[in-house]
Design a protein around this ligand. Structure first.
Ligand SMILES: Cc1ncc(C[n+]2csc(CCOP(=O)(O)OP(=O)(O)O)c2C)c(N)n1
Length: 417
């Protein structure tokens, strides 16, 4: 609903814009005659301005349209959906009430079953090979290369390429909080999460002394970089963005998805020989044993999360709400094929319960349509955040999403170290 409804959603849409989530916001607006005659309608500001809310969404959506013209409605829907997928960001569609029952021509619309490809930018074929050569040469001549996989990998649709490079190259690799679950944590060259100055000083020193850092899809927010401490000198980094790669500070405009595919091909006969010290590997690859908590003693964060790890199984989607839950969950050890959803930039409490509902519903739909595997949705949230959107539990019950498991971090857990 325009005005009141869309403004209730504006925080979530801004978050989706900041964190690169593709969302389609469809707003039911007053009929076109009511709008053009400037009536004083409920849910409006009473001044006859019906564009005011759409204008508020301008800075936080990739594209907008008002379906007020039957002749262009189909092509307009196509245009905004394309922007949504290409930019992996929200879009905004206004639908006046009198247009709902109109029949429109499908001219300009997507053909049935046509998928919009994630990357719309034209390929710069003519220098792809030279850029691959430069990168390949830098990697080959580095003594101590290291890969950091960050949070925008899925938004850039390069998860497959990045995983393949990590596995085939054997280059020691880590993720940031936002990048957690973008690569399998059980691959032998995958190390613990990189927490910069907030983490183990020996591990940070090890990464700081790498002579080449390959940073993929960075989300360089204060929280995700632990006060910007995981961002290294330009001169030691190759940074892959969506449509550019920066090599030692020099930027090349290029579609990175194709660049990574060519890089993978060019590196098929090469493997990094630098071993990772065992202590820096993900804990499941070591013999580290977590002792049982002492009954009567407060449960410590460090033990709690490690004890939760065996509960996770392949196919699960794990959502961690802002606050203690998201920070604690950095220490979960994820089995193969577990997707983690967290926030590392917008960090608005309360959205994860609704997101968990959406995740469970999406998994069920994908299974029903035969295009996805079954898996549980597991939410870790604090009691404060839960209260922000607790009514989403009614949707979980209504949709019979029995697989949704909610763990509220109790006072005793969150307030004790
Ligand atoms: C919409 C919004 N309001 C306020 C904040 C500031 N904030 C961050 S964490 C937090 C407390 C969350 O409490 P709870 O969910 O119980 O988490 P825990 O105490 O376990 O960290 C608040 C108020 C925020 N991030 N988002």
């Amino acid at each position: 609903v325009f005005g009141v409804g869309e403004l209730s959603a504006i925080n979530a849409i801004a978050g989706a814009y900041a964190e690169r989530s593709p969302v389609v916001l469809i707003v039911g607006t007053p009929s076109t005659p009511s709008q053009s005659s400037g009536l004083c309608l409920h849910h409006s500001l009473g001044d006859g301005d019906f564009k005011v809310f759409a204008n508020m969404f301008k800075p936080i959506t990739a594209a907008r349209t008002n379906l007020s013209d039957m002749t262009t409605a189909a092509s307009e829907i196509h245009r905004v959906l394309e922007a949504c997928v290409h930019e992996s960001r929200p879009v905004y569609i206004e639908l006046p009430t009198d247009m709902v029952s109109k029949m429109i021509s499908t001219h300009g619309a997507l053909d049935n079953g046509t998928l919009i490809q994630s990357n719309g930018m034209p390929r710069a074929h003519w220098y792809e090979d030279s850029v691959v050569d430069i990168i390949r040469q830098k990697i080959g001549s580095a003594q101590k290369p290291f890969i950091i996989v960050d949070g925008l990998v899925r938004a850039y649709d390069i998860e497959g390429e990045v995983n393949a490079i990590v596995r085939s190259s054997n280059i020691p690799t880590s993720t940031t909080p936002a990048g957690k679950s973008m690569i399998s944590e059980l691959v032998p060259n995958v190390c613990r999460l990189y927490k910069g100055t907030a983490g183990d000083p020996e591990y940070s020193a090890y990464i700081n002394t790498r002579d080449l850092l390959i940073y993929v899809a960075p989300l360089w927010s204060d929280c995700n970089t632990f006060g910007f401490s995981t961002i290294h000198e330009d001169s030691t980094m190759i940074v892959f963005h969506q449509d550019a790669v920066t090599i030692e500070g020099k930027e090349f405009k290029i579609q990175v998805k194709y660049l990574l595919q060519k890089l993978l091909e060019s590196m098929s006969d090469w493997q990094c020989q630098a071993p990772v010290p065992a202590g820096f590997l993900t804990p499941d690859q070591t013999s580290e044993v977590v002792s049982e908590p002492d009954s009567g003693q407060p449960i410590e964060q460090s033990a709690f999360w490690r004890h939760c790890s065996p509960f996770l199984t392949p196919g699960d989607v794990v959502l961690t709400e802002c606050g203690t839950s998201s920070i604690g969950a950095y220490d979960l050890v994820l089995p193969e094929d577990v997707r983690m959803v967290t926030s590392a930039l917008w960090l608005s409490i309360g959205f994860m319960l609704g997101a968990a509902q959406g995740s469970a519903l999406a998994i069920r739909d994908l299974v029903d349509e035969g295009i996805g595997a079954a898996g549980r949705t597991i939410l870790f949230t604090g009691d404060g955040s839960l209260q922000m959107s607790v009514q989403a539990i009614s949707d979980i019950i209504r949709n019979r999403l029995g697989e949704c498991v909610h763990v509220s971090s109790a006072w005793s857990l969150s307030k004790h170290p």
